[in-house]
Design a binder for this molecule. Structure first.
Ligand code: IVH
Length: 671
């Protein structure tokens, strides 16, 4: 028997607790508990409210969406309210959903559509006569935030509809999300900068859209897909499927896969198929959405306070495991950041064994109230990064120990500091062996200078014996230096020396990447190589020049400037040069893949509107090659002012000659 007094107490407690989690989830994009725990609280609340209808209130979190307007954005009222969906983790409830639908529209033939469900941020985008005029978040369903400026930065969002004539008004609704790969890279960058990391791709997308500076949003790898409509004028869609196809024909991104079925059994089969494919999607799926295909019956089926009765979301049980947190260790990174790491009793999650997971920083540990000895839930954030998502507090025995970060670097004993605006603690000792070790590991790694044999064990010894104090020292190592070390026979020592020597003539982008400039990953390094012929050009480049490069935004540009402004870093470059490491773009450097792949151009004479370097960089960025001599294989000779012998040779060989304006046109057509 339930006790009404304690039921009422629990109900109030649940409402308060859910409101608090709404605030953390929607406003701060920093949830404390995983989704399924939240869904459990909500279900408990709904069960209590159903048992005691007299306690129901219109403002209960079970009846309204949790999102409040954000400061700094204009509020917009939705022409048609934006609803959410009823969620379930249980297939039997889908069968019950089907029964309700059939009862609601007896004798009406209809079909279902099943779509993947992405966990992101719901948005609405309004087009008038085919032109984007407004983008907004869902907010409380009635009013949301105007995020037009932010959404405009998304490449996948058309600013103008294409194809068939567009209706007078078309409001499309969908999800903004962050693909898994982009999420992983973004978090890596943030961690290196000492910033807080996002718990999962959804938080990363939500946190990004809340930015007041659209330039920051532009640097976040966000995408959008549309799956519903709001206000419509001048267009009628009979079925959901027809609507999706119309979206596609206007150039709007939609799901590449969806299934249509007559019966709930067909839908359940399709749902299994979707689940099997779920990890192959470039973004994280959290379930499937089942909708009645025939839009004509929507009004008849109607709506609850929060969601339509003609659709339901099925959510996957999270791939999660519970295990014990044995201890928390501290790792010192390349930039001196101290990262607490959870040492776990090994456990299998989504097919792999996890025994360590980053806890990011002290704030995270406190926020989740993680204690040594706790039973914790482990997931893979973005399906890749092992993460502790919460604590099973009910399993506490009282023996769990709160954790405090050390005030000294565990590697060198130097005092640690917290820079303003950062969450991370840092060892600021530039000679901290831990930082040097991480730098060397990165420098030698396959993605950077690719020095085979220079692995962790060797790096540790080289640093401990002070044989290497900075990367360039690697090039001074002798057979004698190496032969005396553990696990280093004469032959393997010679092999290591050979691969060190071979790394002197790597591509320019590899050394740029190996320098370990914050924010400069392999891809940015390649973009820099396409623009600059040598490290020296990069060292002297200004912010404007850097920002003009595709893939390089203000943050990355600022980080490059700061790196080379530091005399110590410039001396690292000088030392590499003195050691004989290639610091220029190699003539045979592989060009990017692009519309000009396989084409060779020769530039001759003076160009008026761009420098030769710029022209070269732009051609290379499109996959073309620029060579210095004309042959029968040359595709075009670009003749500027006072073109000389190369021009004559082109005429003789019958190679097409174009002027600067034609080159500009060719580049523009593909850029
Ligand atoms: S339809 C009125 N379709 O999941 C119906 N929603 O948990 C509006 N979502 O609120 C929603 N994928 O933000 C719909 N294919 C899909 C979806 C989808 C993801 C989101 C949406 C919704 C939430 C419910």
């Amino acid at each position: 028997m339930s006790d009404p007094a304690s039921d009422k107490e629990r109900l109030d407690q649940l409402r308060q607790e859910i409101e608090r989690h709404n605030q953390l989830y929607y406003q701060a994009a920093q949830p404390e508990i995983p989704d399924h725990v939240y869904d459990g609280l909500m279900q408990e609340l709904i069960a209590l409210e159903t048992a005691h209808p007299e306690w129901g209130t219109a403002d209960s979190p079970s009846r309204k969406l949790g999102e409040q307007p954000l400061a700094g954005f204009e509020t917009v009222t939705h022409a048609v309210p934006m609803m959410s969906l009823a969620n379930t983790y249980n297939k039997d409830e889908l069968v019950a959903f089907d029964a309700r639908v059939r009862k609601g529209i007896p004798d009406t033939p209809f079909r279902y559509v099943l779509e993947p469900k992405i966990d992101g941020v719901a948005v609405t985008v309004r087009y008038e006569q085919g032109t984007l005029v407004l983008a907004a978040t869902r907010g409380d369903g009635r009013q949301g935030d105007d995020i037009t400026r932010n959404l405009r930065t998304l490449d996948s969002l058309p600013k103008q509809l294409t194809g068939a004539p567009a209706p007078k008004v078309l409001e499309v609704r969908g999800e903004v999300f962050m693909p898994k790969a982009g999420f992983v890279t973004l978090n890596q960058r943030r961690e290196e900068l000492g910033l807080s990391v996002f718990a999962n791709p959804r938080n990363a997308a939500a946190g990004s859209l809340k930015q007041l500076d659209a330039r920051v949003v532009a640097e976040r790898p966000l995408e959008v897909l549309f799956y519903a409509a709001g206000a419509l004028d001048g267009v009628l869609f009979e079925t959901h499927e027809q609507m999706l196809e119309a979206f596609k024909s206007w150039g709007l991104p939609t799901h590449s896969h969806y299934w249509v079925g007559e019966t709930i059994d067909e839908v359940l089969l399709a749902l299994d198929e979707l689940e099997q494919q779920r990890h192959e999607f470039p973004y994280e799926l959290d379930g499937g959405v089942i909708k009645v295909n025939e839009r004509a019956v929507y009004e008849t089926l109607g709506y609850t306070a929060k969601s339509p009765r003609w659709a339901v979301a099925y959510k996957y049980a999270p791939e999660r495991a519970e295990t014990r947190l044995r201890s928390i260790t501290i790792q010192v990174g390349r930039t001196g950041i101290l990262t607490p790491v959870a040492e776990l009793e090994p456990v299998t999650v989504a097919g792999s064994t996890i025994s360590r997971a980053t806890l990011h920083n002290e704030d995270e540990i406190r926020r989740k109230d993680i204690r040594v000895g706790d039973r914790v839930w482990v997931e893979k954030a973005g399906e890749v990064i092992p993460a502790v998502v919460g604590v099973n507090k009910e399993a506490r025995t009282g023996d769990e120990q709160p954790f405090a970060m050390p005030d000294q670097c565990p590697e060198c004993g130097h005092a640690v500091t917290r820079r303003e605006g950062e969450v991370a603690l840092r060892c600021e000792n530039l000679h901290c062996p831990a930082q040097l070790k991480q730098w060397l590991r990165h420098f030698a790694s396959r993605g950077a200078m690719d020095i085979e044999g220079l692995g962790d064990v060797l790096v540790d010894q080289l640093v401990a014996r002070e044989l290497v104090r900075q990367p360039a020292d690697v090039y001074r190592l002798t057979l004698d230096d190496l032969a005396g070390l553990d696990r280093m026979g004469g032959k393997s020592a010679q092999n290591v020396l050979n691969s060190i020597a071979a790394s002197k003539s790597r591509d320019l982008w590899r050394i740029i990447f190996a320098l370990g400039i914050r924010h400069v990953g392999a891809r940015s390094a390649q973009a820099l190589e396409a623009r600059f012929a040598s490290i020296d050009e990069l060292v002297t480049a200004d912010q404007e020049t850097l920002e003009a490069i595709d893939d390089i935004g203000p943050v990355v540009a600022g980080s490059i400037l700061a790196f080379f402004a530091d005399a110590r870093n410039r001396s690292v470059v000088d030392a590499l040069r003195a050691a004989g490491v290639n610091l220029t773009r190699r003539a045979d450097a592989a060009p990017a893949e692009g519309p000009l792949s396989g084409q060779t151009l020769v530039l001759t004479g003076a160009l008026q509107h761009m420098t030769r370097d710029e022209a070269t960089a732009r051609i290379r960025a499109l996959g073309g090659q620029v060579t210095s001599s004309v042959s029968k294989k040359t595709d075009y000779v670009v003749a500027g002012e006072k073109a000389g012998s190369k021009y004559d040779k082109a005429v003789k060989l019958g190679v097409p000659i174009i002027d600067e304006a034609a080159l500009e046109e060719l580049l523009r057509a593909h850029e």
